[in-house]
Design a protein around this ligand. Structure first.
Ligand code: IVH
Length: 693
């Protein structure tokens, strides 16, 4: 055992070092393969000896811990925001306020030397990290500034955040920084989504925010978030200013802004501040991550303290926000896009123009109201802006350049794809094409969803194949996939375009890809019922709802014939979902597709072994599951209860037989269980229970 303990420790140290070299210093010293081998070794040792696994093990980087509910944590120091400035005058005003605040009087004014630190204003989310004895013990979001949420499990997956510190660091301290998604990762994620037929995310910031709030840390680990640290709260340290704190933090293993790249700089003058701002206003587009401005901080702690805080922000720091860049260009034509849901988006087709690092040819016009409000017309010169969103938008019209024969734009009334009269639901900004089963982009969208990874996962088929086969009349709906024959596909040509529908390239299907596709289609016939149900694309029936429905009703026929009241009896099925299911089955076209899928041999009922419990050890017992477990994921422990004949419930009541508690069980749940006198058991007791000992 001792040997195992030593090996675990050695692997941990080595992996932490390689990780730091790779993600913080950008200078790897071993190959990914070698890294993975060591990580695998550590993983298997920890699995075999769970008692030796540490909460800050490098294996935590890949996630797996689930946080059911993020606990609220009060910040030791409030997480303030910064006041914003937008021009040189405002910087001068701030700088003189700082001088006044620190000057003993007008005469002494010039004697006070003030050093400023300038940094990038990273466009992400603030995070507070607490370290005790060199170990990361907590990661908390900003929340409302007073209280944030504990997202430690997710934070552990961010590779540039050290789990164990190096060097001579304080015993207990807090460090704050910004978590963000690098541009390349954002683009990779969106390319993946587009290929699966999903809507792309709007911008890296929101995507990072959504990612950090995921309950399953394994999902967070898949998205390569990053973090720069920008403020240290520590006592008894050997430095007296912010700049040195940042450089010490770098020695402790944190990723801090490199001075060599001018991410951080010192100055004592307004000119120095402005030079930094001007440099980054231009150079920001070449950075591998988004910034929305620059932050200027008074360097010395004593001076920071003297200046103090207002209720909202420190007086010793200020943000300078970059303006969204605007250019003017000719709007040639307004066209319309039909989305997968039938939503219509008006698009401005522009004379190509260079803006914020890229050439812009198209911009969003949002909706009919926006066009009317700004009175945007074809052949106008329009102002185009690129803000935080990746898609540029038209923000105004240069009416001085409008020609005399210009006419107001009239919005379309019929679908540009299928000619159906558009509808606009009450209170909604967008027009929709209601022709769900007869409008090409909507049909394609449904099929793309059907084949996607979490649905039927048909290998060898992508959105281009779908689109090509549809346009050539070989595929009209999901059921048609199972009628495809190799002879039809061989040599068939289709066009591949980039995400903007541009740069078309021709491709033809060769024997290998045809075989691959046919094998993918055949394999999908074994996809379990709940995923088939999800693949049907019934509105509001996502992955989880599909699982619940499958478990409750067991067959598609039982769902199809269920009444509204029967539907809402199932766990998590509310009025909205129930109505949507009824609506879906009421459409004859949908029922036809379903019958054809049945003939094709898809799984339209739970497999025997999924529906029948394998033992009745837990018969008559109801469990509430809370916290994180060593040997089970949350889903697998629930499945284990059910396959042993027990029931799982979401909330504790008098009917609950046991609360099954893992690590980090919520305190409210514990309190409730104690109040109602429900017995709390741990994982070991549970395992004993089902093994019948
Ligand atoms: S210092 C008390 N430095 O901007 C001072 N903030 O509006 C705390 N931010 O919520 C902030 N880059 O998330 C600081 N280099 C930087 C920053 C930065 C981005 C964010 C931070 C904060 C917001 C303030």
């Amino acid at each position: 055992m001792d040997n195992v303990g030593q090996r675990i420790e050695q692997l941990t140290t080595e992996l932490n070092e390689y990780n730091h070299r790779y993600y913080v210093l950008n200078a790897p010293i071993i190959s990914d393969y070698e890294f993975d081998q060591l990580l695998k070794e550590l993983e298997s040792l920890e699995q075999a000896h769970p008692e030796l696994a540490k909460s800050n093990s490098p294996t935590k980087r890949v996630g797996g811990d689930i946080t059911e509910k993020f606990e609220k944590v009060k910040h030791k120091y409030p997480m303030l925001s910064l006041s914003n400035t937008y021009n040189r005058e405002e910087i001068i005003e701030w700088e003189s306020r700082v001088h006044k605040g620190l000057g003993a009087g007008v005469d002494l004014f010039s004697l006070v030397e003030i050093e400023y630190v300038m940094e990038l204003k990273y466009d992400g989310l603030a995070i507070s990290l607490t370290y005790e004895n060199g170990e990361l013990i907590r990661g908390v979001t900003r929340g409302d500034g007073e209280t944030g949420e504990d997202i430690t499990a997710n934070v552990r997956t961010i590779r540039s955040i050290p789990l164990k510190l190096r060097g001579n660091h304080p015993g207990l301290f807090e460090i704050r920084g910004e978590v963000f998604m690098p541009k390349a990762e954002f683009e990779r994620l969106n390319a993946e989504r587009l290929a699966k037929g999903e809507e792309p995310y709007a911008n890296p910031r929101n995507t990072a925010a959504g990612t950090l709030k995921q309950q399953d840390s394994a999902e967070v680990a898949k998205r390569k978030l990053d973090c720069f640290l920008y403020y240290v709260y520590a006592d008894d340290v050997a430095y007296n200013n912010h700049f040195d704190a940042i450089s010490h933090a770098s020695d402790w293993g944190f990723k801090t802004p490199p001075a060599l790249l001018r991410y951080i700089e010192k100055t004592t003058t307004v000119d120095g501040i402005m030079a930094f701002i001007e440099h980054w206003d231009k150079a920001r587009h070449d950075l591998p991550f988004d910034i929305d401005g620059v932050v200027v901080k008074v360097n010395r702690y004593a001076q920071q303290e003297e200046l103090g805080l207002t209720t909202k922000s420190p007086r010793w720091a200020i943000a300078y926000k970059f303006k969204a860049e605007t250019v003017s260009t000719l709007l040639h034509k307004i066209t319309y896009q039909v989305g997968r849901t039938g939503a219509i988006t008006p698009v401005a087709n522009l004379e190509p123009v260079f803006l914020a690092g890229t050439t812009v040819k198209r911009a969003s016009l949002h909706n009919a109201d926006q066009i009317e409000k700004l009175d945007i017309r074809e052949d106008d010169y329009v102002f185009v802006e690129k803000g935080g969103e990746i898609i540029p938008k038209v923000v105004g019209v240069d009416t001085t350049r409008r020609t005399e024969d210009s006419k107001p734009h009239s919005y379309i009334t019929q679908c540009p794809e299928c000619g159906t009269e558009l509808v606009r639901r009450e209170g909604e900004a967008l027009h929709y094409c209601p022709n769900e089963n007869g409008c090409a982009p909507q049909i394609k969208g449904k099929m793309e969803h059907f084949i996607s990874r979490k649905a039927m996962n048909i290998e060898g088929m992508g959105s281009e194949t779908i689109s090509g086969l549809h346009d050539q009349g070989l595929l009209r709906n999901a059921a048609g996939i199972y009628d495809l024959r190799s002879e039809q596909l061989l040599g068939i040509e289709f066009t591949v375009t980039d995400e903007f529908g541009e740069n078309p390239k021709k491709r033809s299907m060769q024997e290998k890809s045809v075989n691959n596709l046919m094998a993918g289609i055949e394999a999908s016939k074994q996809v379990p019922f709940d995923r088939v149900l999800f693949a049907l694309g019934i509105r509001f029936v996502g992955e989880t709802v599909a699982k619940k429905l499958a478990k409750h009703f067991k067959t598609i026929d039982a769902i199809a014939s269920a009444t509204f009241d029967q539907l809402i009896e199932a766990e998590e099925i509310g009025d909205k979902i129930a109505q949507s299911i009824l609506d879906w089955f009421a459409i004859e076209g949908n029922r036809n597709i379903l019958e054809r899928l049945r003939i094709a041999g898809l799984q339209l009922a739970l497999a025997e072994d999924e529906s029948a419990p394998t033992s009745d050890t837990l018969k008559g017992l109801t469990f509430v599951v809370s916290g994180v477990f060593q040997h089970f994921s949350r889903d697998s422990i629930k499945a284990s209860i059910e396959s042993n004949g027990g029931k799982v419930s979401g909330s504790i009541s008098k009917k609950t037989s046991y609360v099954l508690a893992g690590d980090n069980m919520g305190p409210e749940k514990r309190k409730k269980a104690e109040e109602l006198g429900v017995k709390i058991i741990d994982e070991a007791e549970y395992i004993q229970m089902i093994s019948g000992e």
